[in-house]
Design a protein around this ligand. Structure first.
Ligand code: GLU
Length: 281
């Protein structure tokens, strides 16, 4: 059974890029006779707002998309993500990190094209878990994790047009490009996108992750986390990004491209499909 999801963060209105991602995932699920799930990645309690959660549902419904089952909201599961994370503690693969709040905040969100991903220089790597203070983040010691998983088959199947094929995780590239990711922030009970999304994909039985190409380079870290936590690896389909006239990826701040704006101006769902280059059913 093909099971996929659309996983927006309710931090702003949906724009054309989200519409493309949601319609593509929905249409692929329906064509396969599978399931299309909706997940709100709302762990950033400061930036996520119930009004955006409501607007996202309204926009998707207007587009003619229906999702199966109840909406999964990550904010309601943070204690369970943290409990599962703590279980990794005993393996010696985590360390506490007290580097600046803004660095850590940025590291918790899903990475995006155009926003530099900071590979952590390892300042706190030598710290022991028992030196953890309130407010410290927990980082994955990636080199230690890769060593721990030396015998594992760290690989994934990609069906998206730009990188179709079977990919093996290259440990050197992962260390160079991704490094010691933040997995959680103590005190504020915030868990990182990488981790919450890996747990949820497994818990929701996702067989195909359909999402923007800007996340392709970060798939290896999710594959590593899946192996560390004994989770299955789904297939991935990274799709092209919808860009503005200057070729820049659309972001939530591009309110001019908000779906609700097109909707208010009289566009139809068929117009939106045309604008993002998807066929009408
Ligand atoms: N919440 C993530 C984003 O909005 C979704 C990433 C994913 O689909 O894995 O970028």
């Amino acid at each position: 059974m093909f099971v996929t999801r659309f996983a927006p963060s309710p931090t702003g209105p949906l724009h054309l890029g989200h519409a493309y991602s949601a319609i593509l995932a929905h249409d692929m699920a329906r064509a396969a006779g599978g399931r299309f799930l909706l997940r709100m990645e709302d762990t950033d309690l400061d930036r996520c707002k119930p009004e955006y959660d409501a607007l996202i549902q309204e926009d998707l419904t207007w587009l003619g998309l229906t999702w199966d089952g109840p909406i999964h909201r990550q904010a309601g599961h943070i204690a369970s993500y943290n409990a599962r994370l703590e279980a990794l503690d005993g393996k010696g693969l985590l360390y506490p990190c007290s580097c600046t709040r803004s660095d850590i905040r940025a590291a918790l969100a899903a990475p995006q094209e155009g926003i530099a991903f900071n590979v952590y220089p390892g300042t706190c790597r030598g710290r022991r878990m028992d030196s953890r203070k309130p407010g410290d983040a927990l980082r994955l010691n990636l080199a230690a994790a890769l060593e721990f998983l030396a015998a594992a088959d760290l690989s994934f199947t990609e069906t998206g047009p730009a990188h179709a094929g079977h990919h093996r995780v290259d440990p050197d590239a992962a260390l160079r490009q991704i490094g010691d990711v933040v997995l959680s922030r103590k005190g504020e009970d915030i868990v990182a996108y990488f981790l919450a999304s890996a747990f949820d994909d497994a818990d929701q039985g996702i067989t195909h992750v359909i999402r923007g190409e800007d996340l392709f380079d970060f798939t290896p870290v999710q594959v590593i986390l899946q192996h560390l936590f004994g989770l299955p690896t789904p297939d991935y389909h990274h799709h092209r990004l919808i860009r503005d006239d200057q070729g820049k990826r659309l972001a939530k701040r591009d309110d001019a491209r908000a779906l609700s704006k097109y909707r208010a101006e009289g566009a139809t769902p068929a117009d939106i499909r045309r604008m993002v280059g998807l066929p009408n059913p």
